[in-house]
Design a protein around this ligand. Sequence first.
Ligand SMILES: Cc1cc2nc3c(=O)[nH]c(=O)nc-3n(C[C@H](O)[C@H](O)[C@H](O)COP(=O)(O)OP(=O)(O)OC[C@H]3O[C@@H](n4cnc5c(N)ncnc54)[C@H](O)[C@@H]3O)c2cc1C
Length: 466
Amino acid sequence: MTGAGATTNVTGRPHVVIVGGGLAGLAAAAALTDRECRVTVLESRRRCGGRAASFEDPVSGGLVDACQHVAMGCCTNFLDLCRWGGLDDALRRDRTLWFIGPDGDRSRCTPSRSLPAPLHLAPLLLGMRHFSMVEKFSLARGMLRLARHRPTDRADAATALEWLRAAAQPDRVIRLFWQPVIESALGESIDLVSVAAARKVAVDGFLAHRDAADLIVPTIPLGTLLGERLVARLEARRAAVRTGAAVTAIEHDGHDAVTAVRLGAEVVPCDAVVLAVPWKAAGRLVPDVVGSGDDRLAGSPITAVHLWFDRDVVDVPHAVLVGRVSQWVFRGEPGAGHCQVVISASRGLLQGDRRALVDQVVAEIREVLPHAREATLREAKVVTDPTAVLSVRPGVEAFRPAARTGVANLVLAGDWTATGWPSTMEGAIRSGRIAAQEVGRALGIDVPGPAADLRRSLLVRLLVGG
Ligand SMILES: Cc1cc2nc3c(=O)[nH]c(=O)nc-3n(C[C@H](O)[C@H](O)[C@H](O)COP(=O)(O)OP(=O)(O)OC[C@H]3O[C@@H](n4cnc5c(N)ncnc54)[C@H](O)[C@@H]3O)c2cc1C
């Protein structure tokens, strides 16, 4: 059987099998299918997209995302993959961030297009009506201090909350800005995430560039965007995408090379494997490679509360609800009366009482959205993914494995691998591209790596480096 660098098919092109059709696997497929590789994606579910998934709406029968996903302007690899896939028309860019304060007051916060970064944030900060001038000044100072913080081993043992308190950030600023922003960006609570992860949000997501904080919102269900349109694009580029194809084993030749993957009795020979599955599944398939990693990696839950009213109730594109159980609200398909409330780090939320959660969320929605007060709730659905994202706690980076493994033609991908990014769509896509580049290295093919970050202005480089 073949090892790294050999070919197993009549076309003479090496055959790369990608296990897992989430964003990491699809990004790896896109990078490799453009090179001289024969690519097969094997996905165990009925549809590709992984955690970026949709379900069938009980009211309309159409697809609804299990949980609204958003990217940011700083997610250059997400945007690049969408461009490659011809998906740009299905993305909306919200430059204005909407905040609804504890008293229901609305703030329209838009970064400047003309001021250089990081000064572009001034109108965004000044626009937050729920903060006094003193609080706005504290927040700006805290953000700059966080950006200038140089992570060290000792400092990295701190959580974001410990660091913010030590930096004398006022409680109200922590509760009404840092908490919703960091928790929604990282999917984990501020008393658990590392200060290094929080710094990445402040720098890459806000300070680094005028477009960094733009919200990128898919306007069609993820099941269609990724599961249909991106897959169709891959197939048009001659990648084979098989769904309902659960890989049960990865075969070695006894000389440290992978030779095939197995789906029950079926054997699929290959020259290289990208294993793009979550860490627990990876640990089961290649325990000698991922091994005990799963004990040191923990997941964090995200909950989406779907509400169907008898009319459309959300009169803004999106809103961050600060100081409430509900964290973000997004409007659904126009005319469907559907909206979605997203709550990150939802561990132990209202003691797991779904009825109480729906009641609380509906009460909050009626408080902040005038149209909801008169509307009748027709249906509600709570969707929680208990391991939605990797919990980026202090010290976790040491346990996130690199794409390259001890087996030359087996590489890892997934939002949990070492990308330098939190566990997000962007992190997953970066991991897929890094993995594709590693496969190229093993097979002697030139494959480009991840897309470049947004270019930092001189002022940003002077302030925070990079
Ligand atoms: C509720 C929720 C909300 C989120 N919100 C956001 C957000 O707003 N913004 C953002 O950027 N990110 C968000 N994320 C995170 C984002 O969805 C993930 O980071 C990203 O989708 C992970 O992609 P992945 O390819 O690494 O893993 P996955 O999506 O988990 O893909 C792995 C794939 O492997 C398949 N698989 C597993 N085992 C096998 C096997 N044996 N054989 C074949 N296939 C197999 C799985 O079925 C799956 O399709 C959210 C996640 C959740 C759950």
